[in-house]
Design a protein around this ligand. Structure first.
Ligand code: HEC
Ligand code: HEC
Ligand code: HEC
Ligand code: HEC
Length: 395
């Protein structure tokens, strides 16, 4: 078995608002420390991993045993900053792994960016793939945060790549695709699951009809890609679990400190979104019903878990994500907490100002619920709650 990571593991964006740098650092340091308990064969450095600067990254990774790769990150003197490849063996089979960082990275935007040169990943691959094959690699795996067209271009221009594992910057995973003789898979970056790729030789006897497998045959290999969801009920690692809890206390404290005096610039919280209290006077019964639902308590469960300033939780447990247009401002977190009327119904300012004359958005549908009630939260079997009842009766 090989354990790999395609990149953008440490950070989720290219730049950080100043009030979130501390929390981003603590999170990255937690991930690096936790990595010591996962026996990775290789990890790629994604462009976002450089968002706190190359000096920061090198300093943190120098204390880590995890094998981070990037073939196309250089210093100003033309020296590579990380190993470009590893050659490893699985079941007597030599596998060459190559790390490529997305060269669209805006170097001038990151701290100490002037020290960094990001070379063309395709040129690096053209040189390194044949080299790995010469060294005996029978399977070539590229780990990268390149995407879309750039990925297709890579496999066409650098022949010999068998598998590309790409970390998608959007929070999506998509079906594997085959371009020429290369197999390209994407994973989301939410850490919500683990991709599992089984590679078997194609045998004459089995599966001629393709009956028992859903895989694809590429280059005489049967590839079967699976996505294993990391459900909340999977027990935590005995060491990493407590580490995460400890780090959360620090992250929350750091966020709280920054919240004091924070102000919000571009936000619709308090402008387009007015909060459930503004609905109460005219929709007394709906309000009373909502108060009784778990939605009205959704922020409290985060407080209990010390995760109330963890963006990856706030997005579904509060209105702040909606009203900050997806880029949560800490100043809004307390004020626009919980799943509120407008989490489902959309912004209510015009409706309230017009005393109900101006309609709300069309009524929520099941799709509205699925934004938050994803399979890993609400079960593999899909979303089963009844829509009626979640918002009471007419009033
Ligand atoms: C994709 C949206 C989403 C994200 C992200 C999310 N949650 Fe939730 N969470 C939910 C939903 C939906 C439920 C209710 C599940 C159900 O019962 O169907 C829930 C339930 C919970 C519960 C159970 C509450 C109870 O009644 O026992 C806890 C605790 C919780 N979430 C904590 C967290 C934490 C901590 C994070 C961040 C690490 C987080 N959630 C991130 C959507 C989300
Ligand atoms: C979890 C999502 C959700 C939340 C939170 C929510 N609603 Fe609803 N609401 C719905 C859905 C779904 C319907 C349509 C089904 C129904 O009538 O129950 C609805 C229906 C309504 C209707 C009736 C519309 C009509 O013409 O039939 C009103 C009024 C309303 N909501 C107001 C509110 C108010 C006020 C709040 C906050 C106190 C609120 N809702 C909170 C999902 C939600
Ligand atoms: C000043 C009174 C008033 C306030 C405040 C108010 N509404 Fe309404 N609302 C109405 C009236 C009147 C209707 C239309 C009659 C009906 O369907 O009951 C309505 C209808 C609705 C509907 C049904 C769809 C539509 O637009 O006709 C929804 C959903 C709704 N309101 C949600 C909200 C939410 C959410 C809030 C708070 C952000 C809110 N309302 C605040 C008076 C109000
Ligand atoms: C903004 C995110 C969000 C949206 C949208 C949303 N929910 Fe939820 N829902 C949650 C969270 C978070 C919880 C868990 C709260 C808790 O346990 O404290 C929850 C809990 C619930 C529960 C209670 C589960 C239990 O174990 O009792 C039901 C039922 C529910 N949601 C139904 C719906 C329906 C129906 C819709 C769509 C009309 C919807 N939700 C839309 C986030 C959301």
């Amino acid at each position: 078995m090989l354990a790999v990571n395609a990149g953008n593991m440490l950070f989720k964006r290219e730049t950080h608002k100043s009030d979130k740098v501390k929390a981003a650092q603590l999170t990255a340091e937690l991930i690096i420390a936790a990595n010591e308990y996962i026996e990775y064969d290789a990890l790629n450095i994604g462009a976002y991993d450089l968002s706190l600067g190359i000096d920061y990254l090198i300093d943190k990774l120098s204390k880590s045993k995890a094998p981070f790769l990037s073939a196309n990150l250089y210093n100003r003197h033309g020296q590579r900053l990380f190993p470009p490849t590893v050659l490893t063996e699985v079941g007597g089979y030599k596998v060459g792994i190559l790390g490529l960082t997305d060269s669209k990275l805006k170097v001038d935007k990151i701290p100490s960016g002037h020290k960094l040169v990001v070379a063309d990943p395709i040129k690096e691959a053209q040189q390194l793939v044949p080299q790995l094959i010469e060294e005996g690699a029978r399977l070539i795996v590229v780990l990268t945060d390149l995407k879309g067209g750039a990925l297709r271009k890579l496999v066409r221009k650098a022949p010999g790549i068998d598998i590309v594992i790409s970390s998608d910057k959007r929070n999506n995973r998509s079906l594997p695709l085959v371009v020429d003789d290369s197999y390209i898979i994407h994973l989301d970056r939410g850490g919500r699951g683990v991709g599992q790729l089984d590679i078997d030789p194609v045998t004459d006897t089995a599966d001629e009809e393709g009956s028992s497998t859903r895989g694809r045959v590429v280059n005489d290999r049967l590839l079967r890609n699976n996505y294993v969801q990391l459900r909340l009920d999977i027990p935590d690692h005995p060491i990493v679990g407590p580490m995460v809890l400890g780090a959360k206390v620090h992250i929350s404290a750091a966020q709280l400190e920054k919240m004091n005096g924070a102000h919000v610039d571009e936000s619709d919280c308090g402008k387009e979104f007015v909060g459930s209290d503004s609905c109460r006077s005219c929709h007394e019964e709906r309000f009373a019903n909502w108060k009784k639902t778990k939605h009205a308590q959704a922020f409290q469960v985060l407080v209990k878990k010390n995760s109330q300033y963890d963006e990856s939780c706030i997005i579904c447990h509060s209105l702040a994500f909606e009203c900050d247009n997806g880029n949560i401002s800490l100043a809004n977190v307390e004020k626009f907490n919980n799943v509120q009327c407008e989490s489902c119904h959309g912004p209510g300012d015009l409706h309230v100002l017009s005393k109900g004359e101006q309609s709300m958005k069309p009524l929520p549908t099941k799709k509205t619920c699925l934004k938050c009630h994803t399979p890993e939260r609400s079960g593999e079997d899909g979303f089963e709650y009844h829509m009626s009842g979640i918002c009471g009766n007419r009033s």
